[in-house]
Ligand binder design. Structure first.
Ligand code: UT7
Length: 331
């Protein structure tokens, strides 16, 4: 029985901490407002010289070490990001060079905060349909600080930088109930206007103003996105459970996209998930978009929240609007 397992996990968040108190000195906000409305206490921010590929590369190195394999063992790199170093080449190609994985295929996926789940699905299908491939590196990496409008208090308090990576491997074993059991993704392009960023130009240090801010930075209708996030994350989670004849009682740990504590609590409420099952690390990461879920998986493992044999449910939601959920039996 062929299956796709997660063989290694790694993450990296930059060293520079931007606290709520720091933001109080930048825009008209208070730490109390940010914590009450979002749950976020601090986030990590790249140095001007650090790019999404640097974060992704460090996360990938840690995942390779965790899987006990080297860059030479990787057959494909997929990077989920909306903050690529450049328009092209793809950040996956830049990371390939840094890791020394010569000549293997590399490409980026853009599904914003759902990007990691989309990339996981693509990687899993590559492995199941191409017997020559054994290991695929999937990375979610973001330098959100480069597209945040640092003069817009309604969005700049939300986002952070970081990267997470997993090594997916084709594995043969008796046990079919192991590894990535199912992935479900979807999108509704008609709601794209609710959260968008017209032009991408990386390498924007905090405080730099651009001539036409509306074009360069994230623009969001927060309340609408909030409602849509809860609706779609619940429905995709329920759908993936249903089509696998599972209920929430079968799940040991839920890893939701780390956007807002109130979104996570509302999902827990609506789906009757005990809060102890919800893994939350947004207090110190903020919303890291495509990196949010792999960073959370890595931290959940390090904190002992995921044990061998546990069934994990990850749920994502992002601009597009996009959404996705994955069921993973941890081995
Ligand atoms: O990863 C992709 C998905 N993204 C998300 O899921 C984000 C979804 N949206 C949200 O998380 C929330 O909508 C926010 C956290 C962005 C905002 O929370 P909210 O409870 O929806 O607040 P609001 O936008 O309704 O604003 C309430 C008030 C407004 O003032 P008035 O009009 O009531 O006087 C805002 O101007 O809060 C004000 N406000 C702030 N006040 C202090 C907005 N941002 C701030 C701020 N500090 N940073």
């Amino acid at each position: 029985m062929e299956r796709v397992i997660i063989k290694g996990v790694g993450s990296y968040i930059p060293e520079c901490v931007l606290s709520n108190a720091d933001l109080e000195g930048m825009v008209d906000t208070t730490s109390e407002w940010i914590v009450t409305r979002t749950g976020i206490e601090s986030r990590r921010i790249c140095l001007d010289t650090e790019m999404a590929s640097d974060l992704g590369c460090e996360a990938a190195r840690r995942a390779l070490e965790n899987a006990n394999i080297s860059g030479c063992d990787i057959d494909l790199i997929i990077v989920a990001t909306v903050t690529p170093d450049m328009r092209f080449p793809a950040t996956a190609c830049i990371i390939q060079e840094k890791l020394g994985c010569v000549d293997i295929p590399c490409f980026d996926v853009n599904a914003v905060c759902s990007g990691f789940i989309y990339a996981l699905d693509v990687a899993r299908n590559f492995l199941l349909n191409n017997s020559k491939m054994k290991n695929v590196l999937v990375i979610g990496t973001e330098k959100m600080s480069s597209i945040v409008d640092w003069e817009d208090r309604s969005t700049c308090v939300l986002f952070g930088d970081g990267a997470g990576a997993v090594i997916l491997s084709r594995d043969v074993g008796e046990d079919s109930d192991a590894g990535i059991l199912d992935v479900l993704v979807g999108a509704n392009g008609s709601l794209g206007r609710l959260l968008h960023c017209p032009i991408h130009e990386s390498a924007g240090p905090i405080g730099v103003s651009r001539t036409d801010q509306n074009k360069y930075f994230i623009r969001m209708e927060g309340r609408e996105v909030f409602k849509e996030a809860i609706k779609r994350m619940c429905s995709v989670a329920e759908d993936v459970l249903l089509r696998n004849n599972l209920t929430i009682d079968d799940i040991a740990c839920v890893i939701p996209h780390q956007a807002n504590m109130r979104i996570i609590s509302a999902i827990a409420d609506r789906m009757e998930i005990p809060m102890e099952k919800m893994f939350i690390n947004l207090q110190h990461t903020g919303n890291t978009s495509a990196a949010s879920i792999p960073i959370a998986i890595d931290e959940a493992l390090q904190n002992g929240k995921i044990q061998s044999e546990d069934l994990i449910l990850t749920i994502a939601f992002g601009a597009g609007m996009t959404w996705g959920a994955a069921l993973i039996r941890w081995k």
